[in-house]
Design a protein around this ligand. Structure first.
Ligand SMILES: Nc1ncnc2c1ncn2[C@@H]1O[C@H](COP(=O)(O)OP(=O)(O)OP(=O)(O)O)[C@@H](O)[C@H]1O
Ligand SMILES: [Mg+2]
Length: 463
């Protein structure tokens, strides 16, 4: 068997073909054949790959997962307390969102703390990366000495070689899509190359105990480009999000084998790189208009199940009745959620919105997908439709059911605490949530318990 020979394996039925075919001859599936190397079987799990004797759980030392803090608190929190040696973190995000900047800053932070770090770039020249490093670090770049190194690479073997020489404890590969393995014939970025390249890098990280960060591109609809298998191969999957034209960025974990996946880190893109935003509520409410209809402040948990609450401004705009085409536009909120709220307002409360255009937006560019945003969204739409501003000292949160009832949500006291810290005095909350929050968990915020959405709207708009 030739050393470098490859074969094409159907991902549907496992049939093997010697060359690529559009349709699997065995199961008839289209585009299911993927190139793979022959003979060499690489472990696809990230657990210890060396065959060994089983050990009892008490015997395993805990420093198997030693952590290196990057010094960027917002990033460390999302990682679960820092980068873990021997772990692989995949960072996805839209072009230009700041993935390279974030990871370069992370490496700089690690090397400032004494770790050796290597930045392997396949997308940009070493000169471009150095330019960015100088912009971000300024004179501090010299102080790092040879602890922060860079290499340009287009083949995964070059990254392996560079890692052998530099012996880093942290490695960034930017990006996994541009690297290829010469053992496969297919072009960089194809499914087979992605799997091969990632598997080899994961192997490298586990073997050499390197904290590895992979940059991954995302497709138009926001999913990580490449097969789902990439996400299974790595330990942590982070999404870096931000809207074009908006400096604000959010980093979320969608999977974390070394910590909670419910954390969110908030950054702002500035001249000198990404700056941490320790108080995001302040940022999101900074440009809130005074006495405008269609604006409601909502304490939300940006990551479902997350402990952290932030205040966002939910905005709605309702076109002139009868003049629109019934268009619905939602930014930062799922379109289905908006459609559901509008249906409840029409069928249960008596608003007429069918042929009216409705726009809903979470100001600041954060996208929120938790039910607690239902109630503020409904109030914002009602406020816009009636052209009456919502009381200014008020926040609202709660889920809305299809019968127009307001349902309880979790993290009530965290939400109230955040509202109080930004000076809000009153909160419209689901009655069942209010019952569960004791007086000393209310942070001095007056609770207005509601059972139905029309009740909430009446109170908020002071009808
Ligand atoms: N001189 C500068 N001053 C301020 N901001 C800058 C400057 N240069 C670049 N930026 C910001 O950095 C962003 C690019 O960041 P970065 O290259 O880290 O993104 P990326 O996610 O790695 O993009 P790609 O997917 O193209 O590699 C730009 O969109 C811009 O907002
Ligand atoms: Mg980049």
């Amino acid at each position: 068997m030739a050393k470098n020979s490859t074969q094409y394996v159907c991902q549907g039925c496992g049939a093997i073909a010697p060359r690529w075919l559009g349709r699997c001859p065995s199961c008839g599936g289209w585009n299911t054949l993927v190139e793979e190397t022959v003979g060499k079987k690489r472990s696809s799990t990230t657990s210890e790959s060396r065959p060994g004797r089983p050990v009892s759980i008490g015997e395993v030392s805990e420093d198997a997962a030693a952590r290196l803090p990057t010094g960027i608190a917002e990033l460390d929190r999302v990682l679960g307390g820092g980068a873990v040696l021997g772990s692989v973190v995949l960072v996805g995000g839209d072009p230009g969102v700041g993935k390279s900047t974030l990871l370069l800053q992370a490496l700089a932070g690690l090397s400032q703390r004494g770790a050796r770090a290597l930045y392997a770039s396949g997308e940009e020249s070493v000169a471009q990366v150095a330019l960015r490093a100088r912009r971000i670090l300024g004179d501090a770049a010299h102080a790092l000495g040879d602890r922060l190194q860079m290499v340009g690479a287009s083949d995964v073997a070059e990254v392996e070689d560079a890692a052998k020489r530099a012996r880093p404890s942290a490695l960034v590969v930017d990006s996994v899509q541009v690297l290829r393995s010469s053992e496969l014939e297919s072009a960089a970025g194809t499914v087979s190359q992605l799997r091969e390249v990632t598997a080899r890098l994961v192997d490298l990280a586990k073997r050499e105990q390197i904290a590895l960060f992979l940059v991954g591109h995302v497709t138009k609809d926001g999913a990580l480009a490449g097969p789902k298998v990439l996400e299974h191969l790595v330990d942590v999957v982070l999404a870096f999000e931000g809207e074009r034209g908006n400096a604000f960025r959010a980093l979320r974990a969608s999977k974390n084998r070394y910590g909670s996946a419910t954390e969110v880190g908030v950054f702002e893109m500035a001249q000198g790189g990404l700056a941490e935003v320790p108080n995001p509520s302040e940022l999101f409410l900074a440009e809130r208009p005074a006495h405008a209809s269609g604006s409601v402040v909502a304490p939300v948990t940006p990551q479902e199940g997350g402990a952290r609450a932030v205040l966002v401004e939910v905005q709605a705009l309702v076109g002139s009745p009868g003049l629109g085409s019934g268009r619905r536009t939602a930014t930062g909120i799922a379109a289905t959620r908006l459609a559901m709220i509008l249906a409840v307002l029409e069928r249960k409360i008596g608003f007429t919105l069918t042929s009216t255009d409705v726009f809903a937006n979470v100001a600041g560019g954060l996208s929120i997908d938790e039910p607690a945003i239902d109630l503020p969204l409904a109030i914002a739409v009602a406020s816009a439709a009636r052209d009456r501003p919502c009381a200014r000292d008020l926040v609202a949160f709660g889920e809305i059911g299809l019968a127009g009832e307001v349902r309880g949500v979790a993290r009530g006291s965290a939400r109230l605490g955040e509202a109080a810290s930004m000076g809000f005095k009153r909160a419209i909350v689901p009655a069942s949530t209010a019952e569960r929050i004791s007086a000393n968990e209310r942070s001095g915020v007056e609770l207005i318990p509601v059972r139905r959405v029309d009740e909430a709207i009446r109170i908020a708009l002071e009808d």
